[in-house]
Write a protein that binds this ligand. Structure first.
Ligand SMILES: [Zn+2]
Length: 447
């Protein structure tokens, strides 16, 4: 048994109250409100730290298989734990893609060895070629929680229509990457001032909104659940808002980089800021915050997209799209969203835990008696800086290096096991020692 006393609890519903939490057999056994003075040998005093539920990322690129130079399931799990995440959802655009029940099973067998929860999303079409649907029913039976051709838009409207019909029958969800390839031209940045200054063609907003409009029409026709990945434009936010008002079963996500950066980050041909969809204008960024605030955008998803340093060094035009995000999402959003007053902490927590699980139809037990002890500790007193050399991810392609953050993840527990411990932090060390002694976990850092 372990008792975490004097923690500032940040579970949804209760944000900021001091509590003591008893953990036994990997579960939260009891929550007691208020300060605790009595320190027994099974207590660890968390005074000054926040205790949050383990975060849930519904959009993670794990790589592995033929791209293990970028990331593996193992290193992605380490990165997740370092960022406070205890649940991540693997996107199927790996090499080879997760487009058969056998490949899905293989992925989940590897994932089971990791100390955090890893869910699998199945590919929507065979070979991700956008023509023939995968065996969605069989993949769902093997554990696919949703289906997506993320990385590419589904160009063929009939294919998307049939996928939505099929998903509706299965009670599953389609995750849409909204990009008309003809309009986007796969340009490395958004159409606009920066592209003009750099003398480049950019991706117009309509590359996203044209396909989004089509998919919303298909949802209205089929009644199937659609989750829209990484919104990037103010118009998309308005379209999702209207669709929700009309009662369509649509949910949406936004990434930390679309909330925190604009196309200006691409000035100087910065390959680290080359993401898809591209970073857009300040007005788009403001609309994304507003959408997140009012719940139009349900969830924050990292779109964690690891690439090697060599790939990102190819230059702006030839470098692949994407940025890593698992290890920076929470400290950045806590600092630049909550501490600046843009977003209440309760809404941020909801968007990183309950809401993403709900988008995929999964329960999120949170912090309550009987729930798994999936938690992370955050010390808001530490002034930290995004330092890619500290990442547990195999990749370091972040556009946020050097950004100052208020606070740091110091420990993460999954099922009562310690899956990340910040060395040289007294409370994290005490917890690590304790979990070893209590027999709940001997893992100081599980990788
Ligand atoms: Zn995508």
């Amino acid at each position: 048994m372990l008792r975490l006393i004097n923690a500032r609890l940040g579970a949804s519903g209760e944000v900021g109250r001091i509590a003591s939490i008893t953990i036994e057999d990997g579960l939260v056994r009891e929550i007691r409100w208020g300060e605790s003075a009595d320190t027994t040998p099974s207590d660890v005093d968390l005074r000054g730290c926040w205790l949050f539920p383990g975060l849930f990322d519904l959009h993670t690129h794990l790589r592995d298989f033929e791209e293990s130079a970028k990331e593996t399931i193992h290193t992605a799990a380490g990165a997740a734990a370092h960022g406070g995440y205890t649940s991540i959802c693997a996107m199927p655009n790996t090499q080879p893609p997760i487009d058969t029940p056998e490949r899905l099973e293989h992925l989940l067998l590897k994932a089971e060895k990791e100390p955090i929860h890893i869910y699998a999303i199945g590919a929507l079409t065979q070979g991700r070629a956008g023509r023939r649907l995968t065996e969605m029913g069989l993949m769902q039976a093997k554990g696919a929680i949703a289906f997506s051709d993320d990385g590419d838009g589904v160009a063929d409207a009939a294919c998307m229509y049939h996928a939505l019909q099929y998903a509706r029958q299965l009670g599953s969800v389609i995750i849409a990457h909204e990009e008309d390839r003809g309009l986007s031209g796969q340009a490395p940045l958004a159409e606009g001032e920066v592209a003009y200054r750099l003398g480049m063609l950019g991706q117009p907003e309509v590359a996203e909104t044209a396909m989004l409009a089509r998919d919303l029409a298909l949802v209205a026709q089929t009644g199937a659940r659609l989750h829209v990945a990484h919104l990037s434009t103010a118009t998309s936010v308005a379209m999702i808002r209207a669709a929700k008002r009309a009662g369509l079963p649509v949910t949406a996500e936004v990434t930390p980089h679309h909330l925190l950066l604009t196309e200006d980050a691409c000035a100087g041909y910065a390959a680290l800021a080359k993401v898809n969809p591209p970073l857009r204008t300040e007005a788009d960024r403001a609309a994304l915050w507003e959408g997140l605030r009012d719940g139009t955008i349900d969830a924050v998803a990292t779109d964690h997209a690891p690439h090697t340093a060599a790939e990102k060094a190819r230059g702006f035009i030839d470098a692949p799209f994407g940025a890593v995000g698992l290890e920076t999402a929470f400290p950045l959003l806590f600092t630049y969203g909550v501490a600046t007053g843009l977003l209440p902490l309760a809404r941020l927590l909801d968007a990183l835990t309950v809401a993403p699980a709900r988008c995929l139809g999964l329960p999120f037990p949170g912090v309550q008696p009987g729930a798994p002890a999936d938690l992370f500790l955050y010390d808001p007193k530490i002034e930290s800086e995004v330092d890619p050399s500290t990442f547990l991810s195999r990749a370091t392609n972040t556009p946020f290096a050097g950004w100052r953050c208020q606070g740091q993840v110091i420990a993460t527990l999954c099922g009562g096991r310690m899956v990340y411990c910040q060395k040289d932090h007294a409370i994290a060390e005490a917890l690590a020692q304790h979990l070893g002694e209590a027999g709940v976990s001997t893992a100081r850092k599980a990788w």
